[in-house]
Design a protein around this ligand. Structure first.
Ligand SMILES: [Zn+2]
Length: 266
């Protein structure tokens, strides 16, 4: 048995397998990354998108946010073979949850209407679902009213801001904020609690496309390992958690995840 076959076997036997994903999974879909040479923060000043700027100057924040949104979503992104493989594993009953650092919403697209998508750590009212998608840092394609908490598709709100409604507001009078964790925001407690409990419950914890450096990414694999989970890492670069992983695969996510999925149903 090779590493991938052993991992597939562990996933098949697991009561609870959980995937944790980062920017490396969305990169093959063409989603721009924030950090690094070609990253968004080379072109934009990240301090202008911090939560204290939003509170101090929501109109200015939204002016800059319109430009950022256009730079980030200048094309339609599609889930890639890696997202699709994880969604398929969920439908097969082999993947309980996908925790993601990504805010592009591509896991939700891949899982489709049958899956639960949540950014607040609470199960959706939709109920009967196969796979939980927990967006740890929110979803940059949505906005949320800072007063009543209503969530909306972000595109029409960005268009309203672009047309001069600064800042764009909800019917209740509250200001809309991108539904993401901004610099200076804490991850919502409910989200962290749910992520930690899924990591603890997991028999297999699969970390994909994340450098596992920032919290909570850094501690979730260790938490899973501490309660006996098999940890596997798929990432092109080494991570600080490689030492606790049973399997480390330095392979292209769009190649390795479909193979893994096939092996779990073979
Ligand atoms: Zn409102």
């Amino acid at each position: 048995m090779d590493d991938l076959e052993r991992l597939a076997d562990a996933i098949r036997r697991a009561d609870t397998a959980v995937a944790f994903t980062g920017a490396g999974l969305s990169a093959p879909s063409g989603v721009p990354t924030f950090r690094g040479d070609d990253g968004i923060w080379e072109r934009f000043d990240e301090r202008q998108f911090a939560s204290d700027r939003f509170r101090r100057d929501p109109a200015g924040f939204w002016t800059d946010r319109v430009a950022l949104h256009r730079a980030m979503f200048d094309e339609e992104y599609e889930p890639n073979a890696g997202h699709e493989a994880l969604a398929a594993m969920g439908r097969d009953g082999n993947l309980e949850a996908i925790l993601t650092q990504n805010t592009d919403g591509l896991h939700g697209d891949a899982v489709g209407a049958g899956g639960e998508r949540t950014s607040d750590g609470e199960p959706d009212a939709a109920g009967e679902t196969e796979t939980t998608v927990l967006e740890l840092h929110g979803n940059s394609r949505r906005v949320r009213c800072t007063d009543c908490g209503n969530r909306r598709d972000g595109d029409p709100i960005v268009e309203r801001a672009a047309a001069g409604e600064l800042p764009p507001t909800c019917e209740c009078g509250g200001v809309f904020k991108p539904d993401v964790v901004l610099f200076g925001d804490r991850l919502p407690d409910a989200v962290l609690r749910r992520a930690r409990s899924l990591a603890r419950e997991s028999d297999v914890f699969l970390a994909i496309g994340s450098s596992l450096v920032v919290e909570p990414a850094a501690s979730l694999p260790r938490l899973a390992a501490s309660t006996g989970a098999t940890v596997a890492i798929v990432n092109l670069e080494p991570t600080p958690c490689d030492g606790i992983a049973e399997t480390v695969l330095r392979e292209d996510v769009t190649a390795v995840l479909p193979r893994l999925r096939e092996l779990t149903v073979a």
